[in-house]
Write a protein that binds this ligand. Structure first.
Ligand code: BTN
Length: 251
């Protein structure tokens, strides 16, 4: 497998995109110690401190149609959760569609970017950002109440120091879990991924607030369908299928 490592880069997603445009292999990985312009979803920036996290992008050339792209993001979240469990014994949850949370605080975000050609997927860039060894004081003040790291959680919950673990072990575990779920998707077994995702969901059954462009509405998150859309039933009985946008879970 091709792995490209940098000490500093603007964004691993950007570099992965350049490689993909030059025709790199399916599964090519880009890693950086520090990102100067890490990007998050919905046009936000992603704080990517040097040496504190896993900032990684993977180029994928999936054999699925456009309607199944969302499944790949869900699958990536499942792969990360399984790797946390295997390597560190940590039980994390998934907030739809792609935030990995510990006690309600975000520890990992996933940014999937897509390139289309003639109405088909040319490639996908799966960007995974994991807060590994940050201390609480190292997060920018405005996100401190919403963000956490594996290190903070391990110390609080298990009295363990994160220095017992290597980032490389976790990266290897994530890539191997990802390979398994990716093979399943390519074999048409997306349903298995959705079921697995539901096991870790902290969103289903909860009241959610959906913000999408100018719209905002609340309802109960009832299910995730076979294409990875969140099914939300509003108070007036209207059922909505949500593919993207921002979801916050109440309570
Ligand atoms: C989110 O908003 O939750 C997604 C955050 C994704 C961050 C990762 S870090 C590696 C990759 N490169 C980027 O610029 N962003 C993603």
């Amino acid at each position: 497998q091709n792995i490209h490592c940098f000490s500093e880069i603007d964004s691993t997603n950007n570099y992965a995109k350049t490689l993909a445009q030059k025709g790199c292999d399916d599964g090519t990985v880009v890693l950086a110690e520090h990102q100067t312009q890490g990007r998050g979803r919905l046009g936000r920036s992603w704080d990517s401190m040097g040496g504190k996290g896993i900032w990684m992008s993977i180029v994928l050339r999936p054999a699925v149609g456009l309607e199944d792209v969302q499944i790949i993001t869900l699958a990536a979240a499942v792969a990360v959760v399984l790797a946390f469990k295997k390597v560190m014994g940590i039980d994390a949850g998934i907030k739809w569609p792609n935030d990995i949370v510990l006690d309600g605080k975000k520890v990992c975000g996933i940014l999937t970017e897509m390139s289309m050609e003639m109405e088909r997927i040319n490639f996908l860039i799966l960007g995974i950002g994991i807060n590994f060894s940050h201390e609480e004081s190292e997060f920018p003040e405005e996100i401190r109440d919403r963000a956490t790291s594996l290190g903070i959680y391990l110390k609080e919950k298990k009295g363990m120091d994160i220095s017992r673990f290597k980032r490389s072990h976790l990266i290897r575990a994530i890539l191997s879990e990802l390979e398994e779920v990716y093979d399943m998707i390519n074999e048409g077994k997306a349903g298995v991924i959705v079921e697995e995702w539901k096991k870790y969901s902290v969103t289903l059954g909860k009241e959610v607030v959906i913000k999408y462009r100018e719209e905002q509405y609340t309802g109960i998150a009832q299910d995730v369908d076979q294409s990875g859309r969140l099914i939300v039933k509003q108070d007036d009985g209207t059922v909505r299928e949500i593919l993207s946008g921002e979801v916050s879970v109440r309570g």
